[in-house]
Design a protein around this ligand. Structure first.
Ligand code: CMC
Length: 454
């Protein structure tokens, strides 16, 4: 039994530094765990938004017990200054700034700086950052040969993760110990090159010639240029398309300790370099329950349309859990309310389609699915609301981005968050290698039988 005696949220004044910039408060009150005949006191720590957590670091030493939390649903794996989510209230903030305000007033590159360095950039900082991104946008020429090795139908996420790791090989100093003095350069190189790698992966998958970035284009415009221009004919970039994609990247830029970010932190905790850590993040992101959901949403909508269904039959099969079917783009481990990113995208989806003079029958199916699901007890009881992936795919489709590239777009967007989390792990003088425990449920000791007796 665990009893907590939270004493009106009054901090004792004892403070334990967890990162150079961040402090957590050790509260005067404690949680008391009673197990068999003994009771032990466990410290309670409190974050800046008044989230309370029981610090169980000494639990095993004192009692022999470990905690068990399948899927880490109730486990704080770290303290972090970067992103705050209140899943019940549908709040998302980067470094204290609301996602609504950032998505209206900022750009992806500005937000990348904010996430990585902690504050909104000054004009000079932003210009220098932008120049550095331009400086690093071209890949080493030898990288082109690596692209040749992939089959033409390779999924771009497989290409991206491999190529991020491969591209790290061209920065020899990365293989040495983490050097804070070189971090700005290394992280800008990674952020810049991920979009070049992504665009090259796409061109490769279509057998199209590679298009080099142009120094006069900003980050997102350059990506669209590399995706859609020809060496002899530049695509005409529509400002609303560039702005819409930039906003999608910004909305994906961080989301605290999700599957891929935790993976990046895990790999970084073993002191792997920033490119290796980010490549692992891309692999973790790929699955359909995480970043791959945006591709899965579009495939689901296309399937519903192909079946001549308006979504009714499909929702019935989801509720009956037919073949483990899920309404993709719905539900979230943390949000038990409308995902604020989905709200922003939904509001912009209609406007963008109108501005680009496009209509999309899949949007009608999505709207109908959402409307029906939000009234249905199955979804209401389980607090399942649309997440960011429900509308992002429709917008990306309108921009001409192919479905298989959707998760790649998520990876480009999430890169600042991964980099910021990498930095937090590396800069924390108290950080240790991540090493969870387990409850072993396999066979107890067995006698080894020689092969002839098995
Ligand atoms: N459609 C139908 N039922 C669902 C869905 C869904 N999308 N999501 C959860 N449920 C049900 C689930 O079957 C379970 O029902 P029951 O209580 O009867 O067993 C209950 O809701 C709780 O689900 P859970 O799997 O325990 O929830 P989780 O927190 O482990 O999973 C999730 C979160 C996002 C993986 C899940 O909601 C899901 O699979 N959603 C669809 C995939 C998706 O859209 N993923 C993108 C997430 S947002 C982007 C990102 O951060 O990666």
């Amino acid at each position: 039994m665990v009893e907590t005696g939270i004493d009106n949220g009054v901090a004792s004044g004892a403070i334990r530094a967890s990162t150079p910039t961040h402090t957590i408060h050790l509260m005067s009150e404690k949680a008391t765990l009673t197990y068999k005949d003994a009771s032990i006191d466990l410290p309670v720590i409190v974050g800046s938004e008044n989230e309370h957590g029981v610090d169980i670091a000494k639990l095993r030493d004192q009692t022999g017990l470990i905690t068990y939390d399948d899927g880490f649903g109730n486990t704080g794996s770290c303290t972090s200054d970067i992103t705050f989510i209140d899943g019940e209230a549908g709040i998302l903030r980067y470094r204290g700034y609301s996602i609504e305000e950032l998505s209206e007033k900022s750009t992806f590159v500005e937000v990348a700086w904010l996430l990585i360095h902690g504050n909104l950039p000054t004009r000079t900082e932003l210009r220098k950052f932008s120049d550095t991104l331009t400086e690093y946008q071209v890949l080493h020429e030898a990288m082109k040969h690596h692209f040749e090795g992939f089959p033409s139908n390779a999924h771009p996420m497989a290409i991206l993760s491999s190529m991020i790791n491969a591209s790290g090989c061209f920065t020899r100093e990365l293989t040495g110990p983490y050097d804070p003095a070189k971090f700005k350069r290394h992280s800008a190189r990674l952020l810049s090159q991920v979009r070049t790698l992504a665009a090259f992966a796409y061109r490769k998958s279509l057998g199209l010639p590679i298009v080099y970035p142009k120094p006069e284009y900003k980050y997102t415009a350059n990506f669209l240029h590399m995706m859609f221009s020809m060496p002899y004919d530049d695509v005409k970039l529509q400002p609303e398309a560039v702005a819409a994609l930039d906003q999608i990247l910004l909305l994906h830029a961080d989301h605290e300790q999700n599957c891929s970010t935790s993976t990046v932190r895990m790999v970084a905790s073993g002191r792997a370099n920033i490119f290796a850590s980010a490549a692992a993040g891309v692999c973790a992101l790929w699955g359909p329950l995480h970043g791959g959901a945006n591709q899965a949403v579009l495939e689901m909508l296309a399937h519903i349309r192909h079946e001549g269904d308006d979504g009714t039959k499909f929702l019935k099969s989801v509720k009956e859990k037919e073949g483990g079917k899920r309404l993709m783009g719905f539900g979230h481990r943390v949000y038990k309310n409308y995902d604020p990113r989905a709200k922003i995208l939904k509001a912009n989806c209609d406007k963008l389609l109108a501005r680009l003079k496009k209509s999309d029958p899949l949007l009608d199916i999505a709207l109908k699915l959402e409307e029906t699901a939000l009234k249905d007890p199955y979804f209401l009881e389980r607090k399942l609301y649309p997440n960011v992936d429900f509308y992002s795919g429709i917008i990306m489709r309108a921009l001409g981005i192919p479905t298989e590239m959707f998760t790649v777009m998520f990876a480009i967007g999430r890169m600042p968050g991964w980099i910021a989390n990498f930095k937090e792990v590396m800069d924390d003088p108290t950080s240790r290698i991540y090493r969870p425990r387990q409850i072993y449920t396999g066979p107890t000791i067995r006698e080894y039988l020689p092969i002839e007796d098995r």
